[in-house]
Ligand binder design. Structure first.
Ligand SMILES: Cc1ncc(COP(=O)(O)OP(=O)(O)O)c(N)n1
Ligand SMILES: Cc1nc(C(=O)O)sc1CCOP(=O)(O)O
Ligand SMILES: [Mg+2]
Length: 511
């Protein structure tokens, strides 16, 4: 039995049951974590109005935090409504204490300041305390339009405005921002979240775009989103993955939640379980696509190389897929009946072209699906079956040339975010890794595990998916159970005491 990760919410109670603590706990439960709460205010609300904000005394907030810490330490913390400056101080002091004890859990702050009805939820001076004291202690900020304007002290209307305000806040506080897009109207019929993440090479920004869902029942979407981010981070997912899954969770709740029977006003967003349908997930905007023009991120140079819809292989189940570094291995494995193979030469000599030519010739002779890793120009020139590219290679490679030449294209991905990004290219297959720890390549920080793999695989049930990284004969059944149709391996074959036996065993599992 796995223990449920503990996640806290420090937020206000919504007596109407649609937002605040109530939405947070529903979200936590739905996404598989145990929720604890420290209540900051008892708000008197129904679906029509916020009748009163009744902040709890400082001692009441402090005692909840202390009680939780002594027995239920968190793996992530979500912060919502802080009703006044005193509460900001208490929470900031508490977080400083946690950090001083070495507790580095992610803190997600949803800066609830104004209700969707327009009612102010906090005392006037709270904003300044939030910016100076709290933001530097948080990891992720999830403002909507009004909240972004509140914290950035600027009017934010267009895509360009959102980018400027979000990057400013992210840079000033070394904090990631997930700006939720429900209140913006950038492109008709769509909503777009902006994700800004500070990193070693500066702040990356990505737009997550989805179809607008026609529903009145949107109460609690901000609370639900930020709680979902915290719950998913607590399960070890990286931030960008947590944000796309949380986005899908809310969109699923908007699509399926039906609370029109509750109250006279807008009802709550639904809580409908882990999102497992692609239709709820956002598109990750590609800078070279026409669409990027709407979002102030169009890159003309990237557009020259961008292409989508690559030739599909003859089957969605590519089976056993050995990745090897010599032509000799290609031939040996072809003779064993392996049909999908990759030539991955990481230390090329002067004879690189010759190696690729020979591999392509063997591929033709044995009717292989032979992919060339990295060297897409040589792959085109030698008439290979396909090329395999990593995420970074997508910016540099001429995808239009690969497509024109009719080569298949495989793309590496490491988690939900990259999978959705790569999906914008509609490649011939998507590879996901590293499923387990591997000595072949440094994949630390990018391990997916079979459970997450299965969650990813359900999004594209009829698409060629490949799992890679640390897979061997013992682990292969768990990987195959995820639903992928192909297992890529290096050492399980090239370092097997008996490679022929390894091929037979692995094929028996996946084919
Ligand atoms: C099937 C398959 N999946 C992933 C990879 C990794 O490709 P990439 O990210 O380009 O990294 P390198 O292999 O070049 O180190 C792969 N080769 N094959
Ligand atoms: C080359 C490679 N790419 C990975 C990814 O996750 O993108 S994992 C990996 C190494 C796979 O080797 P082995 O089967 O020996 O673990
Ligand atoms: Mg590569």
């Amino acid at each position: 039995m796995q223990t449920r990760p503990v996640v806290w919410t420090i937020a206000g109670s919504d007596s109407g049951g649609g937002a605040g603590i109530q939405a947070d706990l529903l979200t936590f439960h739905d996404l598989g974590v145990h929720g604890c709460s420290a209540i900051t205010a008892n708000t008197a609300q129904n679906t029509l109005t916020v009748a009163a904000i009744n902040p709890l005394p400082e001692s009441a907030l402090q005692s909840q935090l202390d009680a939780l810490l002594s027995d239920l330490p968190p793996l992530a913390i979500k912060i919502g409504l802080l009703a006044n400056t005193a509460q900001v101080h208490i929470v900031a002091d508490f977080l400083r204490g946690l950090r001083a004890q070495g507790c580095q859990v992610p803190v997600v702050y949803d800066p609830v300041a104004v209700a969707s009805s327009g009612a102010s939820m906090t005392e006037g001076s709270t904003g300044a305390a939030v910016v100076s004291e709290l933001l530097p202690l948080c990891d992720v900020l999830t403002p909507n339009r009004v909240e972004l304007e509140w914290l950035a002290s600027a009017e934010v209307d267009s895509a360009g405005d959102i980018l400027i305000a979000a990057k400013k806040l992210a840079g000033a506080n070394e904090i990631a921002l997930a700006v939720t897009g429900g209140h913006f109207d950038i492109e008709p019929g769509t909503t777009a979240d902006l994700l800004c993440v500070p990193g070693e090479t500066g702040i990356t920004s990505d737009w997550l775009i989805g179809r607008k869902i026609d529903t009145r029942d949107t109460h609690g979407t901000g609370c639900t989103y930020s709680s979902a981010v915290a719950a998913i981070l607590a399960q070890g997912y990286p931030l960008k993955d947590a944000c796309v899954v949380a986005n899908a969770y809310v969109r699923r709740g908007l699509r399926l939640g039906n609370s029109s029977q509750i109250g006279e006003g807008p009802g709550p967003v639904g809580h409908c379980g882990w999102p497992n349908e692609l239709q709820d997930f956002p598109e990750v905007l590609v800078a070279g696509s026409e669409r990027a023009k709407h979002y102030a991120t169009f890159d003309a140079a990237a557009a020259e190389n961008y292409a989508a819809e690559f030739v599909q292989p003859d089957t969605t189940r590519l089976g056993l897929y050995p990745v090897v570094e010599t032509v000799e291995w290609i031939e040996k494995l072809a003779r064993e009946g392996v049909r999908t193979l990759q030539l991955r030469i990481k230390n090329p000599g002067d004879d690189l072209r010759e190696q690729i030519e020979r591999a392509v010739a063997i591929g033709r002779k044995f009717d292989l699906r032979l992919f060339i890793n990295d060297y897409w120009q040589l792959a085109i020139e030698c008439g290979a079956y396909g090329v395999h590219l990593g995420q970074e290679d997508l910016q540099a490679a001429d995808l239009q040339a690969i497509q024109r030449a009719g080569l298949k294209l495989g793309i590496s991905t490491h988690g939900f975010f990259e999978m959705l990004y790569a999906w914008q290219y509609r490649p011939s297959y998507l590879a996901t890794g590293a499923i387990y720890a591997t000595n072949t390549k440094d994949m630390s920080g990018q391990l997916q595990g079979p459970r997450k793999l299965a969650r990813m695989a359900t999004l594209l049930p009829d698409y060629p998916l490949v799992a890679i990284g640390g897979i061997n004969v013992e682990r292969a059944p768990d990987v195959a159970a995820s639903g992928v149709g192909s297992i890529a391996v290096v050492t399980a074959i090239t370092q097997a005491p008996d490679y022929q036996a390894a091929v037979t065993q692995l094929r028996a599992v996946i084919e």
